[in-house]
Design a binder for this molecule. Structure first.
Ligand code: ATP
Ligand code: MG
Length: 565
């Protein structure tokens, strides 16, 4: 296509409201525009990239025997009531009413709907397993839309659902899908790692996230460079180190006037941070719950929430702390606390500890776990830290961040049971379907690709998803240059290449700037050099390498470069 006829509104300057490189470059290269917070238009160039992403994902899904369908975005409330998610999903769910006052939502994910379909159509083990997927628009009222299309409120997801008659069958499909995911991200040339994930509110057991390496991103995970253990912080474990042998000390109430924060208490009482036990009051589905970790640890609220199987958890307010403990913020502790107490595993066995006394300006010293306070709920609720030891091999763990590209879950029977979706087994029994679900964000793939493939001039597209592979740039208003470059353009078009011709009245510098910003993998340059030796200068965007190619060889050269390497 002629660039003068294309709708590619590029920007010279960095947009001020874009935080991440991919967001800036997608705006500047004319791929997207924002309509409202977290809501974007894909302009023609961006839409070409998006379609290429979709095609690759679709090919790999079809290859493993998954079948594509299309479910609606506008969904009735009833199935969501059956699974309880109308409430559990919280404020992220976009809710609306029709003209008769009936409740609907805009689907953020489709477990309920696909389960409903299967419930009404499949009744025998003979028809299982079934793998159904769609590439469809999802709606989530994200609390913090960020990084452009990476975390938006309306986005395209590939969501696959699998239905089985046994856990073995689920496990077999899970492996197949896991491998298909690897193949997909390999085809995008993304640097990524699969990490063990928490299966959280969605239910189920085994779960993985595929995380792209990146400087930005909202997925925090740990990896062991020795044995390759990798897990999202919400699921990460570390080797439990028991506190060193400590002696029992007498319990003592000490005056700590206005001394509240960890550092203040530890320096005032001259105890190491791990001896101070942080007691944090949460309100969990309306009930107060006290969670205790060591002073040098932090609570991971997702771990806590999952353990409690809670719909909602939040920190108690200062008034609630006073009401439930009798003391202001800063002096909370388990001794004398009347309610549920959850203790982190690393707190068990501590002696000579320090705790808030539930009395203004007082702490306890010399606290022994088991003697002065106890809990039957000793669980892993701490956040794993850099340097903690790998739960598998004991080497130090590294903490990283990245972009979650996709997620796979073994769901089990959570949805089928609550929605009474049963099938008949070989023996004639009725059993709930065993399910899995598997998502990939289409636009996140684009954003992650740009995060990994760019330089200071712009995007460096991989051949797989570049909007076009080639741009022809005539540098002078010279008859021979114009005629010959047009001829090559026609020849390449005819040969099926994805090629753009730069015919806008711009200076050579401006033409190069836009070509590099948009990131065409190959520039065919017709300038002085061509007039001199009749060779086309081909410049590869990826590494800047320049090739001089005879016009009659250009097709073969490009075919090898683009399709055969
Ligand atoms: P996150 O933790 O980033 O919010 P999620 O766990 O909510 O992701 P899933 O529900 O597993 O995501 O959705 C499957 C995939 O859809 C994700 O792996 C991601 O690629 C994509 N995705 C999720 N939320 C968004 C969003 N707000 N904008 C764009 N893509 C998204
Ligand atoms: Mg989310």
């Amino acid at each position: 296509m002629l660039l003068s006829k294309m709708f590619v509104p590029t920007l010279r300057e960095d947009p001020s409201d874009a935080e991440s490189i991919s967001h800036k470059l997608m705006l500047r290269a004319g791929l997207i525009r924002q309509i409202s917070s977290g809501i974007y238009v894909f302009l023609p160039l961006g839409f070409r990239v998006l379609n290429k992403v979709i095609n690759i994902v679709r090919e790999e899904m079809n290859r493993i025997g998954a079948q594509e369908l299309l479910m609606p975005a506008l969904l009735p409330k009833e199935p969501w009531d059956e699974t309880g998610r109308w409430d559990v999903y919280g404020d992220e769910l976009f809710k609306l009413k029709d003209r008769k006052g009936r409740d609907f939502c805009l689907g953020p994910t489709h477990e309920e709907i696909v389960t409903l379909i299967i419930k009404n159509t499949v009744n025998s083990y003979k028809n299982l397993p079934i793998l159904l997927y769609q590439i469809q628009t999802k709606f989530r009222d994200e609390i913090r839309p960020r990084f452009g299309v990476m975390r938006s409120r309306e986005f395209l997801m590939k969501d696959l659902y699998s239905f089985h008659d046994s856990w073995d069958s689920l496990s077999e499909s899970y492996k197949k899908i896991f491998n298909a995911y690897k193949k997909i991200f390999d085809r995008f040339r993304l640097k990524y790692i699969p990490v063990e994930a928490d299966s959280g509110a969605i239910g189920g057991k085994v779960s993985h996230e595929f995380v792209a390496e990146s400087e930005i991103g909202e997925c925090e995970f740990v990896v062991c460079e020795k044995c390759r253990y990798a897990a999202n912080v919400e699921a990460a474990k570390s080797k439990l180190i028991k506190p060193e042998e400590e002696k029992d000390e007498p319990l003592e109430l000490v005056h700590t006037p206005n001394i509240k924060r960890v550092e203040e208490v530890t320096s005032f009482l001259k105890v190491p941070a791990h001896r101070l036990l942080k007691s944090i009051l949460y309100i969990v589905d309306g009930e107060s719950v006290l969670a205790i970790v060591r002073g040098d640890d932090e609570i991971n609220e997702v771990k806590l929430k999952n353990y409690l199987k809670a719909k909602e958890i939040r920190l108690a307010t200062e008034e609630e702390i006073e009401k439930h403990t009798g003391a202001p913020l800063g002096f909370t502790g388990p001794i004398g606390f009347n309610g549920r107490i959850i203790v982190d595993k690393r707190v068990e066995g501590i002696k000579g500890g320090v705790l808030g006394a539930n009395k203004k300006d007082y702490h306890y010293k010399g606290v022994s776990f088991g003697r002065d306070f106890e809990s039957e709920e000793i669980v892993d609720i701490r956040e794993v830290k850099e340097g903690d030891l790998c739960p598998v091999c004991g080497s130090p763990l590294k903490k990283k961040i990245g972009i979650e590209l996709g997620h796979t879950f073994q769901l089990g029977t959570k949805y089928s049971e609550s929605m009474k979706a049963y099938f008949q087994t070989k023996e004639g029994e009725l059993k709930p379907f065993i399910m899995g679900c598997y998502g990939i964000g289409m636009a996140r793939i684009i954003a992650a690709t740009i995060e990994q493939y760019h330089d200071d001039k712009g995007i460096v597209w991989t051949k797989e998803i570049a909007p076009y592979h080639i741009i022809i740039i005539p540098l002078k208003e010279d008859e021979k240059i114009l005629v010959d470059s047009k001829e090559i353009y026609k020849k390449l078009l005819h040969g099926g290449f994805e090629v753009v011709y730069e015919d806008r009245p711009l200076s050579p510098g401006e033409k190069f700037k836009d070509a590099d910003l948009i990131g065409f993998p190959y520039k065919l340059i017709f300038g002085k050099g061509y007039l001199k030796d009749g060779l086309i200068e081909v410049k590869r965007r990826e590494d800047g390498e320049v090739f001089k190619v005879k016009p009659e060889d250009i097709e073969e050269f490009l075919r090898k470069e683009i399709y055969e390497s």
